[in-house]
Structures are given as structure tokens and as C-alpha cells.
Ligand binder design. Structure first.
Ligand SMILES: Cc1ncc(COP(=O)(O)O)c(C=O)c1O
Length: 392
């Protein structure tokens, strides 16, 4: 029996790869997980009450379109955060953004663009689902450096016009995982103008938008509105996983033009796995509350300050503008991750696992990604051990 060729060259996913690298070595101290982006801050305190009030939802098939209270809560959040009033036909609730980032490509990427196999642009390093989405739809993924030289965001406008004409979708992650860079309003304006010029769609992955130092990152929705851009060109993905410390809830949404949303919704109705109604009620309450988000952000702000203090003087150290990852320069990420594990028990991800060789080498190779998801009272000790192990 044959297997599909298109996924044959996929590297093993980052976390099994990390287990293969570390797990046959003894940790050099009490293990501390800083590899996965799973925030260990408080859960919203009202979770259990809302869950209990809606247990009967488990007796029903979930609503694919999203229950009204959830759609209204998301509309309210987008209006407060970005001053954008979205009609409900511009919103689709997601079972976490990862499936949305994948399924939206399935629903929206055309078979051909400019007479050729379409191109999907992704930053490099990047959140890995972008590349798999490109392969799944038979598009050509093009990995564009998001490195120190480019300000840690991809400079899509530097690509050749003939290539840009073939682009169907460009993923942009802001705040970026793993680099922590923020696309400012000028970046988004340039991006939207480029998408208009070359007739492609922007998939803006903004799931770290609520974790920042002092200024809220601008969102693509507000910039698109300000420019009067065609909403069918700009899709924005958001999630409760990072904002509200709920990666296990699996709640996110995508906002875009009504036709894009209709197509995503239709495909999901056939083949998707909508969030149970009970959990949609929980998500509605969570989107409507900012108090827990503000408390969590205050902890991240302490964490940035701690990291900036501990890594002061480390050559090339640059703290993240937003998000919760440190993207630290080392000589070789795999070597550093293994050394750190064996000397201290701290688990971090080699940067190469989040990037692809673009012909000029793997731009993540000289980095490790450190998720500052550890409770604040354990973080100082962990970061000091990390510094002492790798930057003595
Ligand atoms: C950049 C980025 N996008 C999307 C996701 C997916 O998040 P979720 O599916 O939990 O909403 C993650 C999770 O780590 C991420 O880092």
C-alpha cells in the first residue's frame, strides 16, 4: 500500500524530537519544563461555575457555527481591543487556532495562482502548522528568514515580484513565536499593500497578542479597517490558550471576510470537530473577562524584567517585545539543550526544531527557545541556572 509523498520529508514534530534528544540522559537537577508553550498561570476563577451551569451541552452535538453567547463575547472583545465592529458572518469559532490555521488553508488556498502551483509564505523560524498546511494543499511553502537581520519578522516585500504573484497565502505571526517580535502598524500597512498588489491573503496568527510589556500590539484587523482593505484579504486568528492560560480548553476564533468565513465554516461542517457547546459557554465567559488577563500579563511583565536582569551582559541578548518566549543565542541549540538538561534539569527547545533549512542553513540552529511559563517564584532560580550553565 502506498503512502502520500507530500508528508514524507516532514521532520519529526519538535516535542518527540526533544524527547529523543534528552530522555536517555539523566537530568542534572529537578526537571523544569520550559520547552512547551503551556502557560502555568492561574485559571480564570469562574471556570468551574460556568462549566457546571452548562453540563447539559455535553448531551448535544456541538454547534459548528458557534453558540450566540460565544459569538457575542468575541465580537465584544474585538470591539474593545481593536475598535473593530465585526458582524457575526465575519467570525468563525475554532477548536484552538492550530486547527484553524490549518483548515483555513484547506478551505481557501486555490489550486493554481498566476498559472502555477501556489506559494504559501511562512516566516522562518515559525509555528510548524504553517508548513504542513502548505504541503496539505499542494502549495509550495517558501520559508522567509525572520532573523536578527530582518528584525525577527519576515520581509516578504523583499521577495521577487514574480514569486509574490504566485503567493496565495502569507502567514505572519505577531507577536512572534519563537522570536517575540511585534509587527507594528507600519509593518501591517506594508503587508496589506503588498497583499493587494500581488492579490494574496494574509493569515495573521495573533494568539500572543495579550502578552506584552507595556503597549498592546496593534492587530491586523484594526489596520485593515483603517486602510479600508478588503476583509476577504485579511484573516486574523486568536486563541484563549495563551491569553487565558487555557490551552486545554481548545478555544479560538478566526475573523475575516464573509466569503472566507462561509467557506471555512462549510468545510468544518463536513469534516471538522467543533468545540462542545458546554465549552463554548466557558469560552464566552472567558473572552468577556479581562481581569484574569491583566493579572496574568502583570506576571509576564515581572518575568520580562527578571530575564532582562539575569541575562544583562550576555552577548546578543534581546528580551522579547511580547509573548512569553526567550529566543537565546547559543552556538548550537541541540548541544545547548542537552548540556542544560544534563547539568540542570531545565528543558528547552533547540531553535532548529522550529525552522527549516532554506538553502542558507537553518536559521534556528544557533538558538534555544525558553518558554517562561514556569510559575514566577520558580523562574528566577531556573533562569539563573540556565545562565550559569550556558553563559558562564
Ligand atoms: C504561534 C502559535 N500559533 C498558534 C498556536 C496554537 O494555539 P492553540 O491551538 O492552542 O490556539 C500556538 C501554540 O503554541 C502558537 O505558538
Amino acid at each position: 500500500m502506498a503512502f502520500p509523498e507530500r508528508f514524507s520529508n516532514l521532520p519529526e514534530y519538535a516535542f518527540p524530537r526533544l524527547r529523543a534528544l534528552l530522555d536517555h540522559h539523566q537530568p542534572g537537577g529537578v526537571p523544569v519544563s520550559m520547552s512547551i508553550g503551556e502557560p502555568r498561570h492561574e485559571l480564570p476563577p469562574f471556570l468551574a461555575d460556568v462549566l457546571n451551569a452548562h453540563l447539559d451541552g455535553f448531551a448535544r452535538y456541538p454547534s459548528n457555527d458557534g453558540i450566540a453567547p460565544l459569538l457575542e463575547a468575541i465580537q465584544g472583545w474585538v470591539a474593545r481591543r481593536y475598535r473593530v465592529e465585526l458582524a457575526q458572518d465575519r467570525l468563525m469559532v475554532l477548536n484552538g487556532t492550530r486547527e484553524g490555521l490549518f483548515n483555513a488553508a484547506l478551505a481557501l488556498c486555490p489550486e493554481r495562482k498566476a498559472g502555477c502551483v501556489p506559494v504559501i509564505l511562512t516566516p522562518n523560524p515559525f509555528y510548524q502548522v504553517y508548513a504542513v498546511a502548505a504541503l496539505a494543499v499542494g502549495a509550495q511553502p517558501v520559508y522567509v528568514p525572520a532573523t536578527e537581520e530582518t528584525g525577527y519578522l519576515p520581509r516578504y516585500s523583499d521577495l521577487a515580484p514574480e514569486l509574490l504573484d504566485r503567493v496565495a497565502i502569507a502567514y505572519v505571526c505577531s507577536p512572534g513565536n519563537p522570536q517575540g517580535a511585534v509587527a507594528d502598524a507600519a509593518y501591517w500597512r506594508e503587508m496589506i499593500a503588498l497583499a493587494e498588489r500581488h492579490d494574496f491573503r494574509i493569515f495573521a496568527d495573533e494568539c500572543y497578542s495579550e502578552i506584552y510589556r507595556d503597549t498592546p500590539p496593534p492587530g491586523v484587523l484594526e489596520i485593515a479597517q483603517e486602510m479600508g482593505a478588503d476583509p476577504e484579504r485579511v484573516l486574523s486568528f486568536h486563541s484563549l490558550s495563551k491569553r487565558s492560560n487555557l490551552p486545554g480548553l481548545r478555544s479560538g476564533f478566526v475573523a475575516g471576510g464573509p466569503e472566507c468565513i462561509r467557506r471555512i465554516r462549510q468545510l468544518r461542517a463536513y469534516a471538522g470537530a467543533p468545540l462542545p457547546d458546554t465549552l463554548q459557554h466557558v469560552a464566552a465567559a472567558v473572552w468577556a473577562d479581562e481581569a484574569h488577563v491583566n493579572r496574568s500579563r502583570a506576571l509576564y511583565q515581572q518575568k520580562y524584567a527578571l530575564a532582562d536582569r539575569i541575562f544583562a551582559g550576555v552577548p546578543g541578548y534581546k528580551g522579547p517585545e511580547a509573548g512569553f518566549f526567550l529566543w537565546l543565542k547559543v552556538e548550537d541549540g541541540e548541544h545547548a539543550a542537552l548540556k542544560l538538561w544534563r547539568e540542570t534539569g531545565i528543558r528547552v527547545l533547540p531553535g532548529a526544531y522550529l525552522a527549516r533549512d532554506d538553502g542558507q542553513g537553518n536559521p534556528g540552529k544557533g538558538f534555544i527557545r525558553v518558554a517562561m511559563v514556569t510559575p514566577i517564584d520558580e523562574l528566577e532560580d531556573a533562569l539563573r541556572r540556565l545562565r550559569n550553565s550556558l553563559y558562564r
